[in-house]
Design a protein around this ligand. Structure first.
Ligand code: ZN
Ligand code: ZN
Ligand code: FE
Length: 756
């Protein structure tokens, strides 16, 4: 049997995930000699031995890779024999461009949990246990290469036993950068509401657990930031949290110990995609339908038919759930709309007056990362918020091109950097109007630029000149490009599906700045990353008070009725208790009443007219409740006219509003109104898509925009368009809401670079 020596290079997520020890074991098992080393591009291997063994080695490199690794390209070629006597792990080289990938934060693994629950193990109940296959990554790494000295673990010197694990290629903690134990690693402490430490280590934990059981609100430092934790069965305690946090009604996430506990609370089955998502290493919050007799307090998610469930992911969470509390509300540690707190002092200050005490630790969090949220819609798991566990995992693109930064929109902001054929989308950053969020926005851009060595040659921002992201982009010393919001939605949806287009983009949304200075949001765009044509849109109607109308659906309802009927408004029950005069005057005199084609506002108007809530407590609340009352699409539809105007097809909002008004006056049940309204929208957008196909011969439809979080509308359109022979593409990697904007912007920018 002849011997050969092969030089092998491996790209992908192959650093900080136990790849080199894995290579070492493979080589040993096949009697190969040579070495493996981390390089700026990934991992380089030279292996010498029998050809059959080398071939087998190559297959195993991809097929048996450790759980966190994502093997990209493997390139091998024969080189002269060196006859070295053994296989060795070499230390990292640090020069040159770095394109290796940093893994997201990963939930504690089974092997670590087994030790964690073993009274004989030296890490028994140690809240910071981790290994090469699990633990924090993205939130603790400050620089590359990914080495302990470049993480927030730098200050902890490993003890003898930990160092031996770290140095031993056969150990499952070989080069686990956050490796530690009770003797050498981070510690818990408990700090009272007034900011003084009251306990340490085990005592801190047991006090926190006792206080949770007694209904207190405990701020808990986790992986990507602080949570506010409270007993999910204690309505009074939750109400207190809501009041203090300024979060009246928006559903709160709940953490339960395991899948069987989740099954008692929500409709789940073992074969379910939802269960799979819940238990996945990303450990997102998964939305699932409430079960009768769930036993949690109504205050967790009042008026909502689902719970946001999550399983423990930090070892500390397992300990908190062992103290007799069945389920914990675990909501982001912030005041409403602010980003999540990450530093101890910062948390004690910013959460003062909310938390009764603080369960802290001294492992630093470099970058905040909220929990991710997923939902099961249209037959698969989709992301509502892509954050911890997913970021900064790259999204594969169909094409390669220049380095570009997309800075996103204003709400639900994310940023996205393109390099080669990969898109690096940040974690969820939040509402940029908030100063703290704006700081995290800037930090996230520099973090991604540093970790992946990206220096963008173009920065792409929203067309809205006042968005803080747009203004930031203008201040950088890099060329910029402004992109229309809904064009970015379309491009993002195509890009993550590796579709080139052109497509019919049905983009249903809250608000985006249009090229005609009106607010768009109910658009049918034909196009791709190169450009678009506004083929059709909802009629633009006045929004009295602008943003103020978003909080008060009754205002939009009045304005839309006025547009549909003129001065002779029909008398609908919802108007009885309202002061209609001032709003109607505003609309008539066109005072502070920007025109909008927003689909979100249309939902608001119909919700208010049909007796839904007149003032909302959180974004989308009126629309969510309207959808819940329907349960399914209607057999009958409210008719909605379409007519040509300004070189496009206008969808008559006024005809829909008249149909709804008539139904309300005729005493139709709200549930039926909602069914017919949803079915009417599905019908009219299908009709417009048919028209576009006929005229332009385009058969692909892309669905994007925050309104598609509405599962009736999404499933309805996917079904009907599919049966009509369209190829329908929808988001799965990124949310359909504004979390996807940064990718769309970057893709459009890259295309612009190509076209010069
Ligand atoms: Zn582990
Ligand atoms: Zn140690
Ligand atoms: Fe949007």
């Amino acid at each position: 049997m002849p011997s050969e020596r092969w030089k092998i290079s491996v790209s992908g997520i192959v650093q900080g995930v136990g790849f080199r020890p894995f290579v070492f074991r493979l080589a040993l098992a096949r009697a190969l000699t040579g070495f493996v080393v981390n390089t700026p591009e990934g991992v380089a291997i030279e292996a010498e031995g029998q050809v059959a063994q080398l071939r087998d080695f190559l297959v195993a490199l991809r097929g048996e890779a450790p759980p966190l690794a994502q093997v990209g390209e493997i390139i091998s070629r024969p080189i002269p024999l060196l006859h070295d006597g053994e296989f060795v792990l070499r230390h990292s080289t640090v020069s040159g461009p770095v394109s290796t990938l940093i893994s997201p934060d990963v939930a504690v693994c089974e092997a670590c949990l087994a030790e964690f629950f073993d009274p004989a193990d030296r890490r028994f109940r140690y809240p910071f246990i981790n290994c090469t296959n699990c633990g924090p990554r993205y939130t603790i790494v400050q620089r590359i290469p990914y080495d302990r000295r470049h993480t927030t673990m730098r200050g902890f010197a490993m003890c003898g036993p930990c160092q031996r694990e770290y140095d031993d290629p056969g150990n499952r903690r070989f080069h686990a950068q956050p490796n530690c134990c009770p003797d050498c690693g981070p510690r818990l402490s408990l700090v009272g509401a007034e900011g003084r430490q009251v306990a340490e280590r085990d005592e801190a934990l047991s006090q926190a657990v006792r206080r949770l059981a007694a209904g207190e609100i405990v701020a808990v430092k986790g992986v990507g930031g602080f949570h506010l934790a409270v007993d999910a069965t204690n309505g009074q305690a939750i109400q207190r949290l809501r009041q203090r946090k300024g979060r009246e009604a928006k559903p709160l996430a709940v953490m339960v110990p395991d899948l069987s506990a989740a099954r008692r609370i929500c409709c789940l089955e073992a074969t379910d995609a939802k269960e799979e998502a819940l238990a996945s290493q990303e450990r997102p919050i998964a939305l699932a339908t409430k079960k009768a007799g769930h036993g949690l307090a109504e205050e967790v998610a009042p008026g909502y038919d689902q719970f946001g469930l999550m399983l423990p992911y930090a070892p500390l969470h397992y300990l908190l759930l062992q103290g007799g509390v069945r389920a914990l509300v675990m909501t982001s540690g912030n005041r409403s709309e602010e980003p999540i707190c990450i530093e101890n002092n910062e948390a004690v200050q910013r959460l003062a007056g909310i938390a009764d005490c603080f369960l802290l630790h001294d492992r630093g969090i470099h970058l905040p990362c909220d929990d991710s949220v997923v939902a099961f819609q249209g037959g698969m798991i989709r992301k509502i918020r892509r954050s911890r566990g997913f970021a900064p995992k790259p999204i594969g693109l169909a094409e390669t091109g220049g380095m570009v930064l997309g800075v996103g929109a204003e709400l639900k902001n994310t940023v996205c950097l393109l390099k080669g054929d990969q898109a690096f989308c940040s974690q969820h950053i939040g509402d940029l109007k908030n100063l703290e969020a704006y700081r995290v926005f800037q930090q996230s851009i520099s973090q991604l630029e540093t970790l992946f060595e990206i220096s963008p040659g173009l920065i792409v921002h929203d067309l809205h000149p006042q968005y803080l992201s747009s203004r930031w982009a203008q201040k950088q010393n890099v060329p910029t490009l402004a992109v229309q919001h809904h064009h970015a939605h379309l491009a993002a949806c195509l890009a993550e599906n590796r579709q080139e287009g052109p497509a019919i983009g049905i983009i249903l949304d809250g608000a985006g700045y249009g090229t005609d200075q009106t607010i768009w949001g109910g658009e049918v765009l034909l196009g791709d990353a190169k450009g678009y044509q506004r083929f059709s849109a909802l009629e633009a109607l006045p929004l009295p008070g602008g943003d103020a109308a978003v909080q008060a659906p009754w205002r939009t309802a009045l304005s839309y009725l006025h547009a549909a009927y003129g001065a002779e408004l029909p008398d609908l029950p919802f108007m009885a208790a309202l002061e209609c005069g001032p709003i109607l005057t505003m609309v008539e005199k066109k005072v502070n009443s920007p025109l909008t084609s927003s689909c979100g506002r249309l939902f608001d108007a119909v919700a208010a007219m049909s007796g839904g809530r007149q003032i909302i407590q959180y974004e989308g609340q009126a629309a969510i409740e309207l959808m819940q009352t329907a349960g399914r699409l209607g057999q009958e539809v409210f008719p909605c006219e379409v007519y040509p105007e300004d070189d496009m097809l206008k969808i008559s909002v006024r005809s829909l509003i008249r149909a709804v008004a008539k139904a309300v006056q005729g005493g139709m049940a709200r549930s039926e109104i909602s069914r017919r309204f949803h079915a009417g929208l599905v019908a009219v957008f299908t009709r417009v898509a048919e028209e576009a196909r006929q005229r332009e011969n385009i058969n692909t439809v892309a669905l994007s925009g925050g309104v598609f979080q509405n599962r009736l509308l999404l499933e309805g359109l996917v079904g009907v368009l599919g049966r009509a022979g369209f190829q329908v593409v929808v988001h799965k990697e990124l949310p359909c809401n504004d979390g996807c904007i940064s990718l769309g912007q970057a893709i459009i920018g890259r295309q612009a670079l190509k076209q010069g």
